[in-house]
Design a protein around this ligand. Structure first.
Ligand code: HEM
Length: 500
């Protein structure tokens, strides 16, 4: 067959451009419907991709909020997005319309990385029976192990002791605490999932942590978002493996750990951990094609709990230590409270928390100020809804700007400063705030919140009971600005931990 050449190509090119523009018009037609939230004018095909500041999305959204208000819309190629800002809009969407906003937008590249209709895990699962089944299972299993003989609290306390020992090994030398914090928090998840902890110098553990971090890095930023809004690019052979090598290797490692775990599993004995409990459900579900209990989903659920539970908690702890360096007066008051309530001999327990309002306020203020997941995890509408007088059609992606509640100037006295008094009344009692929503709210709110709270309290109080944290002599003070990506991490810093 002869290929078209020269002048014959023009009609084909014009037809293709018109076709693309028509498809593009179809995607953005809802912008013209009355009561759709305003937003910057999208470009053909790319939409507002060029309006996004991928290095610091929260700051970019703050500017757009100033221009368009609490609800504004964006078009990311073919995807319609509405960004929710401020406590009122966030609560209306996540709590009042909890069910209608509980879906997640698909991440197309995951389909080639072990994610399927019956193996969606929890974090990115579409709102439906499979998500409900796995969310219920994860929550009830965590509760079960929180109450069992070897309770999660004991695991965390033991791990805090190991973390303190590792800090003590660095006495007199400045060091970055981040890797040790990652290891301690990762071991808590490992104890929940595999009833075991890894030694900090175990090469397999170091590899697991490295792959977990690589996976999170691979999923953040421009390229994955670009591939997701232009999913036809994922058909290029070998592309997914090239863009997500860490995620591929992480999935393989989870399979290895699962195969190993199965060799010691005894179904006649009570479950040792979440993996055992899941395997028992897989047995029960044999022959039921509707069930989400299968080996592929076990891998996805385990991967979800590792990735959702590890970096979030360790990053918050890293912020906590850095803020203690920057606010030595706050550190001294926490230590004074520890000495009065727990003393220097006993290990901290969760029961102590109720008698430690200042420490509790400091931990809450660390979470508010650090604002580690400023944009939460995207949601999607499963029905047309009305929000703040605007109409949001079914199938719209919602970005929850949690940062806008955590730093809301109408709620917090000093929104941009570290100020533990935000959580204390005039008598020094701990006070809660509706705008404190680092774990989000509604049906998809963080299911690991009780575990995260336990870890933050026990690790933080154990460390400050044993050590005074300061900046090494001659080194500049760390900066409290943080590095914004999907996750806000503190700027790299080193500390000195002196035994008290
Ligand atoms: C300081 C620590 C943590 C913070 C700030 C945090 C925050 C969040 C946020 C903002 C979401 C998204 C909620 C939404 O979509 O509206 C989320 C979801 C989730 N988190 Fe956490 N999280 C933390 C620790 C943990 C831990 C320790 C675990 C479990 C071991 C965990 C497991 C999950 C899961 C499974 C989801 C998905 C829930 C669903 O889609 O139904 N998180 N988390």
């Amino acid at each position: 067959m002869r290929l078209p050449t020269g002048a014959e190509l023009w009609p084909i090119a014009i037809f293709t451009v018109i076709f693309i523009l028509l498809v593009d018009l179809m995607h953005r037609r809802q912008r013209w419907t009355a009561r759709y939230p305003p937003g910057p004018m999208p470009w053909p095909v790319l939409g507002n991709l060029l309006h996004m500041d991928f290095q610091n999305m929260p700051a970019g959204f703050q500017k757009l909020r100033g221009r368009y208000g609490d609800l504004f819309s964006l078009q990311l190629a073919s995807e319609s997005v509405v960004v929710l800002n401020g406590l009122t809009a966030l609560r209306e969407a996540l709590v009042k319309h909890s069910e209608d906003t509980a879906d997640r937008p698909p991440l197309h590249f995951n389909d080639q990385l072990g994610f399927g209709p019956r193996s969606q895990g929890v974090v990115l699962a579409r709102y439906g029976p499979a998500w409900r089944q796995q969310r219920r299972f994860s929550v009830s299993t965590m509760r079960h192990f929180g109450l069992g003989k070897k309770s999660l609290e004991q695991w965390v306390t033991e791990e805090a002791r190991c973390l303190c020992a590792a800090f003590a090994d660095h006495t007199g030398h400045p060091f970055s605490p981040n890797t040790l914090l990652d290891k301690a928090v990762c071991n808590v998840i490992a104890s929940l999932l595999y009833a075991c902890r890894f030694e900090y110098d175990d090469p397999r553990f170091i590899r697991l942590l490295g792959l977990l971090k690589e996976t999170l890095k691979e999923e953040a930023g421009f390229l994955p978002m670009f591939l997701n809004v232009f999913p036809m690019l994922l058909r290029i052979p070998g592309l997914v493996g090239k863009v997500f090598p860490g995620k591929r290797a992480f999935v393989t490692m989870l399979d290895e750990l699962l195969a190993e775990h199965k060799t010691t599993w005894d179904p006649t004995q009570p479950p040792r951990d979440l993996t055992d409990a899941f395997l028992a459900e897989v047995e029960k579900a044999k022959g039921n094609p509707e069930s989400s209990f299968n080996d592929e989903n076990l891998r996805t659920v385990v991967g979800d709990l590792f990735s959702a539970g590890m970096v979030t908690t360790s990053t918050t702890l890293s912020w906590a230590l850095m803020l203690m360096i920057l606010h030595p007066d706050v550190q001294r008051r926490v230590q004074q409270e520890i000495d009065e309530v727990i003393g220097q001999v006993q290990c901290p327990e969760m029961a102590d928390q109720a008698r430690m309002p200042y420490t509790n306020a400091v931990i809450h203020e660390v979470q508010r100020f650090a604002d580690i997941l400023p944009l939460g995890v995207p949601h999607k509408t499963s029905r047309d809804i009305e929000l703040q007088g605007f109409l949001i059609p079914k199938g719209t992606t919602l970005i929850t700007n949690l940062s806008s509640a955590l730093k809301d100037g109408t709620v917090w006295e000093k929104p941009l400063c570290f100020h533990p008094e935000h959580f204390l009344d005039a008598q020094g009692h701990f006070v809660k705030h509706e705008a404190f929503m680092p774990f989000s709210a509604g049906r998809r709110s963080c299911l690991g919140e009780p575990l995260a709270r336990m870890e933050l309290f026990l690790f933080f109080t154990c460390l400050l009971q044993r050590f005074s944290i300061s900046v090494p002599d001659g080194q500049p003070q760390p900066s409290d600005h943080g590095v914004f990506r999907a996750l806000t991490t503190p700027c790299p810093y080193q500390l000195c931990a002196l035994p008290r």
